[in-house]
Design a protein around this ligand. Sequence first.
Ligand code: 13P
Ligand code: SF4
Length: 375
Amino acid sequence: MSIAIESYPFAPYRELSNTELCTRIQSAKKELGSSLLILGHHYQQDEVIQHADLKGDSYQLSKLAAESSECRTIVFCGVHFMAETADILANRSDRIAIRGGARVRVVLPDMAAGCSMADMAAIRQVEAAWDQLGDVIDTNDLTPVTYINSAASLKAFCGKHGGIVCTSSNAKAVLEWAFKQRKRVFFFPDQHLGRNTSLKMGITNDFMPVWNPHEEMGGNSREAIESSKVILWKGHCSVHQMFQADHVHSFRKRIEGIKILVHPECPQEVNDIADISGSTSKIIETVKQSPPGSKWAIGTELHLVDRLKKEHPEQEIHFLSPLVCMCATMYRIDLAHLCWSLENIVAGTIVNEIKVKEETARWSVVALERMLSVK
Ligand code: 13P
Ligand code: SF4
């Protein structure tokens, strides 16, 4: 690999056609061989995901990153928190030792690919909430649980305070684990995943106050906090929040035999009346396992639903909302950014590297490993 002094600028890549970008991406991949791993989340657009070596939901991708041994660079076609998780897991001390001391460098092709939900909980807000809660309840009784869709600093906070990370695939098992440790849970940043999962476990809304970080005591009375079982952070996914109960009623009225399949990041009113609620992988598996002629209205990110439609023409698949609910930040990763980042790697320059600070990574690993060991 030659060592370049400067990186290639991005601007000229905007002028290239998709055909040319695809050809150049393929030749960069060929040149980098097994030293490169392109990971893609299921919500990614088709033209990008076709270049991914491995695709998955957040849980599968974090496991894949943790297992990487041959690769030296991961290019993450997802969003910022996913690339951070990949950096943390691929560079645990045991993994670095297996590679004879070599780190894996993680690249996010466009730094603007963030997550609005993750941005709804800043570490200083979570720390302030923890302190305020400590004035009312014993925080030794409280397990912090962060959804993987959060900044590394929140994962580190959970690692330090006996807490854990969850994904939409394992949220119930993680909450069961949390309740074995302590009697209450502080769940952030997605109130809907926290609420929908806890409801399935028999915990009612009376015992789930919502913590608004912009209000004193999160906008709650002392009594509400004292009697709480799960304290839910007031955060949400701007994509899944858009699905409504009316969309479900409308499909049921119009199409006989239709089944409603939704992600647990959707609000409770939608989850309560859906036929099936589950993670991205569960949604994919449910459709895969269904017989021809099955009818679905699916409430999750648009690109995934469109892909399912294409892959299963033998079934009738609809998008649950009349609106366009797509992850605009994940959509920032396009062929031009992918090609630009790969050609820079070939030239010996890592652009858009995601590198979590050592101390943050060390504590995040604690919370992530707790999650990976929960069955
Ligand atoms: P999963 O991949 O865990 O289903 O999460 C959905 C999501 O919002 C990813 O950002
Ligand atoms: Fe974040 Fe929602 Fe996009 Fe997932 S789908 S990355 S939670 S904004």
